[in-house]
Structures are given as C-alpha cells and as structure tokens.
Design a protein around this ligand. Structure first.
Ligand SMILES: *Cc1c(COP(=O)(O)O)cnc(C)c1O
Length: 217
C-alpha cells in the first residue's frame, strides 16, 4: 500500500518537485517499505526519533528535520541531517553553524516563513527572514547554508486562503532568489494541499498521512 501511495503521488507531480516522505510516528518496517520502493528522502519532527531511525535504518537515507528545532537538540542531528526545514531564529542558526563546524559539515537549512495567522504556526515574518539572510553575521557563518524557505498554510478547507498564503511565500522566495542562485528550495505542501502548493511554485513537498496512513499519537 505504501509503495502504491508513493507511486501515485510521484506520477502526479512534476519531476522537479522533491517528495519528502514524512515518517514521524511510523515504524522502521513502514519506512523500509517506502525505502524499498525507491523513496530516499524522509522527514521527522522529533530529533530523538530521527536519530534512533538514522541509527537503525540504511545509511543512504536522506533525513530532513521538519519540526520546530530546539536549540539544545541540534547537536544530535548535526552529524547526519541533510536539511533542516523549520529555522526561525538567529539563535538556532548560530548553533547550527557551531555544530556544523564541530562535525566539519556545511549544514543546509530553510527559514520558516509564517504565512498563516493561526497562532500555532511558528515562523518569521518576511522582514525578519530577510534581515537574517542579508545580515553580515549570517554571511560570516561558514558551516550553515540557507537554501530556501519552508511554509505551512492554514489548516482550512478554504482553498482561496491557502492559495493566497502559498503565493505570498512564493513572492518572498523569488525576491530573495534574485540575489542568491543557491537559494533554490521552496518547501510547501502536505497531504491535503500539495497540489495547490505545486501550482503556487513549491518544489519540495512534505507528505505523511497520504503515504503512510493516518497517525496515532
Ligand atoms: C506532519 C508534518 C507534515 C506532513 O503532514 P501530512 O498532513 O501527514 O502530510 C508536513 N510538514 C510538517 C512540518 C509536519 O510536521
């Protein structure tokens, strides 16, 4: 079933869109099912869970951290994480840079842009986000690279609202991209809204329940 779900999504999305399978709360067996069908990129939202899975599962898996990042836990993923999606403070960026140096790795991350008015969503506003990217302090960091933006739309059935939120993220993305060709990832879209996200310019989608079924927390 997992394999079928992945293939269905892959058939529907353009080739330039990267599918990150969000495997939080799912077992190693379920992840291996997806892996054996060719899926390499997986996302988790808890560092401890991701670290355990990294240890247990094939080493060529491309691990993404999509949850809100607590500064004191960055050191645990610094040795292996491929992309950190949800950075929304200078403080976290500085710690990633420090941990990148310790591990002698350039750690890639995305800044989270807040596009929804829902209070539960983390993220920077456009001004705060640009302030970080264009700052001298960030430019002096050698072990962290911001390669794009991550956003989450409102959890609503109002497609027009979701679309406006995604289009806003795209606008900010394009504005920054003009100054930095390595700024290339726009991570938006989940099980319920990935098609709309792609229509609005997303090139990385984070899909969980549509692949693995609903989660029991
Ligand atoms: C859980 C999660 C997803 C996937 O959500 P689904 O609705 O199951 O596809 C995507 N992005 C983030 C940040 C998540 O925490």
């Amino acid at each position: 079933m997992i394999k079928k779900n992945i293939n269905k999504i892959l058939r529907e999305i353009p080739e330039y869109v990267q599918l990150v399978a969000i495997s939080k709360t799912k077992s190693n067996e379920e992840i291996l099912d997806a892996y054996n069908s060719g899926q390499i990129s997986f996302g988790e939202n808890k560092i401890q869970e991701m670290t355990k899975k990294f240890e247990d599962l094939p080493k060529n898996i491309d691990w993404h951290m999509v949850g809100h990042v607590q500064s004191n836990k960055i050191k645990y993923m610094a040795p292996f994480v491929n992309l950190i999606h949800g950075i929304d403070s200078f403080k976290a960026l500085k710690i990633i840079n420090k941990e990148g140096e310790k591990n002698n790795r350039l750690i890639k991350c995305l800044l989270q842009l807040k596009i929804s008015n829902e209070t539960s969503k983390f993220g920077l506003d456009a001004e705060g986000l640009k302030e970080i990217i264009f700052s001298d302090e960030y430019k002096s960091m050698n072990y962290v690279k911001i390669i794009g933006i991550m956003s989450m739309a409102s959890n609503t059935s109002k497609n027009e609202l979701i679309k406006n939120e995604f289009l806003y993220a795209r606008k900010i993305f394009e504005e920054i991209k003009k100054f930095d060709e390595k700024f290339s990832v726009l991570s938006m879209g989940m099980s319920n809204d990935y098609k709309l996200a792609i229509d609005c310019g997303s090139n990385m989608i984070r899909v969980g329940s549509l692949i693995f079924g609903s989660r029991n927390y």
